[in-house]
Design a protein around this ligand. Structure first.
Ligand code: FAD
Ligand code: NAD
Length: 459
């Protein structure tokens, strides 16, 4: 908030009195000191010296990119942060040259992997995207069609192919998506509003018909309606959001979305991990996404910038929700025999879909165990739904607590994290406050678990 205030004070934060300049690599390199620090992100150069003391990661982290292109570093740490909005008063200008090699590489990839075609009948428009991806599925296809704007994104490993046009004529909001999984063909079908013959699919927007790295694509948001808000514990609520009619989006297991709100005139973005509306009873049948609702279990912090604003949303209000992100792969569980989940507080959220999937759809699993760390009994999320093998550990228990207590430690983990057989294939997933996760991973490594056997959920 202090930073937002400073940017609105009218002070000259670049030292250029509002002028924008073209910056060469040599010029950028000269500004590499704390008191004169420029950083390039995605071709734009910012003077970050005034921002230094407000950077949550500290000055040293920012200085790692001083006088250079910090895009990769930025993407590794917090690519969802809307730096364009936060640093708009620090913009110095654009880099002078664009990397040409990257564009050639992108074009070659695009021709190798994806293409599109379209055809029409009197009442329908069918867009066909050929991806050559053998195991194409609904989670890899994200479609948004509102008014006359169509955006279809297909995920192909760490790349994405985009079709983005202003359609030639209006279509109704119902969009059907058909996927031929084995050949990687995706059909997106729209109903024409009037039975006019279309001359073209539409006018392309920037990024149309490109195949590029997902991290270079930028996040796309659509507005979702808040349908309900129910209490889970004294400070945590389950938010149910409804996707717009023309959106096709499934959030894969272990992935998160970003929510975006304007707070005090500035865009603020935070990640959240969708859960299910509840855990299925006895896990007899998998609980599937209905394709319409997204459920988020969110702790409201009394001094939290984003969660306080979220808590003030009324039923019927809208909030922007991004495309999913995350590096967890279902296949990691599909081949495991022992699944061990270590959750701290709301670090429980990625475990919800993971548990549902593991207990209902993975046949080779012999053991599924969860250790749930919380401060107090009142903080335990969905306690009455957790009826499989679970160990609760409290760090701030009351006198009556007869269960285990303490924080994550090597001795606690050595007691609970065990292989069912000496040669069993294990997957240990861990999620919680950053220090909890970092310490947990270290203890697990000290206990002899390999990097491949551990998945830490982080940003
Ligand atoms: P901030 O303004 O960032 O913090 C303000 C104050 O709130 C802090 O000074 C502190 O007093 C308190 N506070 C904030 N965070 C913590 C904390 N972790 N522990 C103790 N005090 C804290 N959160 C969920 O509730 N549900 C989710 O499903 C979820 N998924 C996430 C997925 C990912 C990949 C990541 C990285 C985070 C996730 N989070 C989730 C956390 C979420 O993104 C926000 O960090 C959180 O909601 C706090 O935001 P805020 O702006 O309200 O708090
Ligand atoms: P909390 O404060 O209620 O604490 C939960 C447990 O973690 C408690 O047992 C507590 O003792 C322990 N703990 C807290 N700080 C610790 C530390 N420094 N060292 C060791 N143990 C510690 O937690 P919360 O408020 O529910 O926060 C949950 C965290 O999980 C948030 O930081 C959130 O960002 C993160 N999260 C991450 C993801 C993801 O996918 N990366 C998803 C959901 C939540």
């Amino acid at each position: 908030m202090d930073w937002i205030r400073l940017t609105k004070s009218g002070k000259d934060l670049t030292g250029l009195k509002g002028r924008l300049i073209e910056v060469t690599e040599d010029e950028l390199a000269k500004h590499n000191r704390k008191e004169d620090c420029w950083i390039c992100i995605r071709g734009y150069v910012y003077n970050v010296t005034p921002y230094m003391e407000y950077h949550p990661g500290g000055e040293d982290e920012l200085m790692k990119a001083a006088g250079t292109d910090g895009t990769d570093l930025f993407d590794q740490v917090h690519r969802w942060v809307n730096y364009e909005s936060m640093l708009k008063e620090c913009l110095v200008g654009r880099m002078a040259v664009k990397p040409i090699a990257n564009n050639i590489y992108v074009s070659i990839l695009y021709f190798l992997f994806c293409s599109y075609d379209w055809f029409q009948t009197d009442s329908l428009i069918t867009l066909v995207i050929y991806t050559k991806q053998k195991d194409m599925n609904a989670e890899l296809v994200i479609v948004d069609c509102q008014d006359k704007r169509l955006r279809g994104e297909i995920i192909v490993d760490d790349h994405s192919y985009l079709v983005a046009v202003d359609l030639d004529h209006a279509v109704s909001e119902d969009v059907a998506v058909n996927i031929a999984e084995k050949v990687g063909k995706v059909e997106i079908i729209f109903n024409k509003k009037d039975n006019i013959h279309w001359k073209m699919l539409g006018q392309p927007w920037e990024g149309h018909n490109t195949f590029i790295k997902r991290t270079d694509r930028g996040l796309f948001y659509r507005k979702c309606k808040l349908i309900s808000k129910t209490e889970v514990t004294h400070d945590t609520k389950l938010f149910c959001l409804m996707l717009p009619k023309g959106t096709h989006l499934h959030v894969p297991i272990g992935q998160h979305v970003y929510l975006k709100q304007i707070i005090a005139g500035t865009e603020v973005v935070k990640p959240y991990t969708p859960v299910l509306p509840f855990l299925p009873l006895n896990f007899q049948e998998p609980s599937h996404h209905d394709g319409v609702h997204i459920y988020l279990m969110i702790k409201i912090y009394s001094h939290g910038l984003f969660t306080q604003a979220l808590d003030h949303l009324q039923i019927g209000d809208y909030i922007s929700v991004s495309n999913p992100e995350g590096n967890f792969k279902k296949s990691q569980v599909q081949t495991s025999e022992d699944l061990l989940l270590l959750a701290g507080g709301t670090g429980f959220t990625p475990m919800v879909k993971l548990l549902n999937f593991a207990l209902t759809e993975v046949s080779c699993l012999r053991t599924v165990k969860m250790i749930f760390f919380n401060k107090t009994e009142n903080d335990i999320l969905w306690r009455n739904q957790l009826e499989f093998e679970i160990q609760f550990i409290l760090s701030q228990p009351t006198k009556d607590w007869v269960g285990k207590q303490g924080k994550i430690s090597s001795s606690l983990l050595s007691e609970f994290v065990k292989r069912s057989r000496s040669d069993s294939k294990v997957l240990i997933c861990i999620c919680g406050p950053a220090p909890f996760t970092e310490q947990g991973v270290q203890y697990l490594k000290d206990l002899g678990y390999s990097q491949e056997e551990i998945h830490a959920f982080t940003a």
